[in-house]
Ligand binder design. Structure first.
Ligand code: HMG
Ligand code: MG
Length: 311
């Protein structure tokens, strides 16, 4: 059989994108079963071997808040931190940064909320205080030569507050960028965004002087909109997309957050529109089938299910 999908480039799209893999963190943080250290290390090493350019590894958050990632230090100790693929970790405060630095991490990510309620639920903080918490974290990381990414959650809607005005999202994002984060990932935490909203948000940032190359998109696929939103973001000039192998994921502190955009679904579409990404799709599907087996269920990714028998 000839190779599928057929490659027909879409108009006005970038030639290459960077896939920021979050399955080992955003995925596993939300699984009911706790995966052991050996399996996590094997999972991350397999993800690296598929050609993914960056693989988020774990979180140095409070172990009582996210018990699934309480073994962060043990996992990090066994990963190739000096290899060519960055392995970022989430940190919620200076205590988390201390732990990440002690473990030898070279890449961290802080995570703020565009809304008051989610700052409270996710960080036990107020909206205003979260910036005071993160400013010294980012400053100390950068001073130590550690790269710092900024996540912003609830950019397209909040399960408690409803619609979130674009101006609020831009204001919160600019505060993170002003701290010095090298990239801002805009989270559709509960997956309620739609394509016009994505393009309006990118335009809102551009009007505030933030170009698309400083932004990443982080779509959850709760309402099946993640790929449509990705295409809209590509048209707006976004070239970094967060995705999780096999569509693992969610957020334990956000009502109705389900899995991220599946990396395989993203890769299939990028292949079809002729955008380079460097990832071996078959190897990735094999990894996700293996991981789904460890979790005792099938992957929610349509592409993994379609290809599972062939890899
Ligand atoms: P808190 O209970 O308010 O913490 O939690 P605290 O500052 O009051 O400290 C209480 C105790 O916890 C102290 O110990 C601290 O040392 C300890 P004691 O003095 O009582 O012995 N502590 C820690 N221990 C280990 N590691 C730490 C740490 N910090 C304090 N880092 C906190 C506040 C922020 C820590 C907590 O709320 C937390 O860990 N939250 C994380 C929640 C989380 O991980 N959510 C998921 C990630 S975000 C996400 O998924 C969204 C994203 O994917 C984008 C999107 O989809 O939108 C990124
Ligand atoms: Mg997420």
């Amino acid at each position: 059989m000839t190779e599928l999908p057929s490659v027909l480039p879409g108009p006005g799209l970038p030639g290459r994108v960077r896939i920021y893999e979050v399955g080992a963190r955003d995925g596993l943080q939300n699984e009911k079963s706790i995966i052991d250290v050996d399996t996590k290390v094997e999972f991350i090493n397999q993800l690296i071997a598929t050609g993914l350019p960056i693989v988020e590894a774990t979180s140095f958050v409070h172990p009582k808040w996210v018990p699934q990632l309480a073994d962060a230090a043990e996992v990090i100790k066994r990963l190739p931190l000096d290899g060519p693929v960055p392995l970022p970790v989430l940190v919620p405060n200076e205590r988390g940064l201390d732990r990440a630095l002690a473990a030898g991490c070279g890449h961290i990510a802080v995570f703020a909320s565009a809304t008051e309620t989610f700052a409270n639920k996710n960080l036990n903080s107020t909206y205003a205080d979260q910036f005071d918490t993160f400013a010294p974290v980012v400053a100390r990381a950068l001073a130590a030569g550690v790269d710092a990414r900024g996540y912003l959650s609830m950019c397209f809607g909040d399960p408690w507050e409803g619609q979130v005005p674009i101006s609020n999202v831009v204001a919160a994002g600019v505060r993170l960028l002003d701290m010095g984060v090298t990239e801002l990932s805009l989270g559709d935490t509960i997956g309620t965004g739609t394509p016009g909203h994505v393009q309006a948000l990118v335009a809102g940032f551009e009007a505030a002087g933030v170009s698309a190359d400083r932004l990443a998109m982080h779509f959850h696929d709760t309402y099946g909109q993640a790929l449509a939103n990705t295409y809209a973001a590509l048209q707006s000039g976004i070239t970094t997309f967060d995705a999780s192998a096999g569509g693992l994921g969610g957020c334990p502190y956000a009502k109705s957050a389900t899995g991220n955009l599946a990396t395989e679904d993203l890769v299939w579409m990028l292949n079809g529109v002729g955008i380079e990404h460097g990832v071996d799709l078959n190897a990735l599907v094999k990894t996700s089938v293996w991981m789904a087996d460890k979790l005792g269920r099938t992957s929610p990714s349509a592409v993994v299910r379609a290809l599972a028998a062939d890899v």
